[in-house]
Design a protein around this ligand. Structure first.
Ligand SMILES: Nc1nc2c(ncn2[C@@H]2O[C@H](COP(=O)(O)OP(=O)(O)OP(=O)(O)O)[C@@H](O)[C@H]2O)c(=O)[nH]1
Ligand SMILES: [Mg+2]
Length: 215
């Protein structure tokens, strides 16, 4: 495991617009994570635009739209069933034209064993050419999160991991195993449902949680 990706520095130094694609299984927390990242970017002084790339699940576009409005960022969306790669393309176009720093690309949840959906994800990657692909894993899914991360990594290549719902996982051991197994940086952990409930991963905190402190 490594934690060598300094997110703020990455965003600062990289040529704009930076495209960040969020992937993971259904319900892992991708969409909320995008709202959290948009909030964080705003605080850091960077602009962002959300791309409603989950055109698959009913209500997904509306859900991201609500987050975009609450956070106060623009969203680029097409209709339900539209090609997610085309949505990504439009969002990148918008970011270029309006000089936005970051495109946050939402994608539909997909199970790692669904070959068609995994192929579709690879297609989105080919079109969007993301600077960063973030695997969003749910701490509660335990060992399956490791299998998920492996498979997603094989199909598109993961640059970093965000583990969500660590507030509901008393120990957080899966966070360590996911990042360790695919040897990718664990960027942040989600610790609640609020937009500010996402914090940098602190290995000492995690290790203390897992092995327990002397009381
Ligand atoms: N407690 C807690 N809940 C979270 C966290 N992250 C996400 N959630 C909740 O998990 C649920 C799913 O989150 P979404 O962001 O919709 O997940 P998703 O991956 O976009 O789901 P799909 O679009 O269906 O694939 C929501 O109820 C979120 O509020 C977290 O860090 N802590
Ligand atoms: Mg979603």
């Amino acid at each position: 495991m490594s934690n060598e990706l300094d997110f703020e520095k990455f965003v600062k130094d990289r040529k704009k617009p930076i495209v960040i694609m969020f992937i993971g299984v259904n319900g892992s927390g991708k969409t909320l994570c995008i709202a959290k990242i948009a909030t964080m970017l705003k605080k850091m002084g960077f602009s962002s635009v959300m791309a409603a790339g989950d055109t698959f699940r009913a209500g997904a576009i509306e859900q991201l739209s609500i987050h975009a409005e609450r956070v106060g960022v623009k969203i680029i969306k097409h209709g339900p069933g539209a090609d997610p790669a085309a949505v990504a393309y439009d969002a990148i176009d918008h970011a270029r034209a309006k000089h936005k720093d970051v495109v946050l690309l939402d994608t539909a949840g997909r199970v790692q064993t669904n070959i068609n959906l995994m192929d579709e994800m690879a297609k989105i990657k080919r079109v969007a050419k993301p600077d960063l692909i973030i695997f969003v894993g749910d701490a509660l899914s335990g060992n399956d999160a490791v299998d998920q991360a492996k498979r997603f990594n094989e199909v598109v290549g993961i640059d970093g991991v965000i583990l969500t719902k660590v507030d509901t996982d008393a120990k957080g051991g899966s966070a360590l195993s996911v990042a360790y197994t695919i040897a990718k940086p664990l960027l942040f952990i989600g610790v609640g449902q609020g937009y500010n409930d996402q914090v940098p991963f602190d290995p000492d905190w995690m290790i203390n949680n897992i092995f327990g402190k002397e009381e």
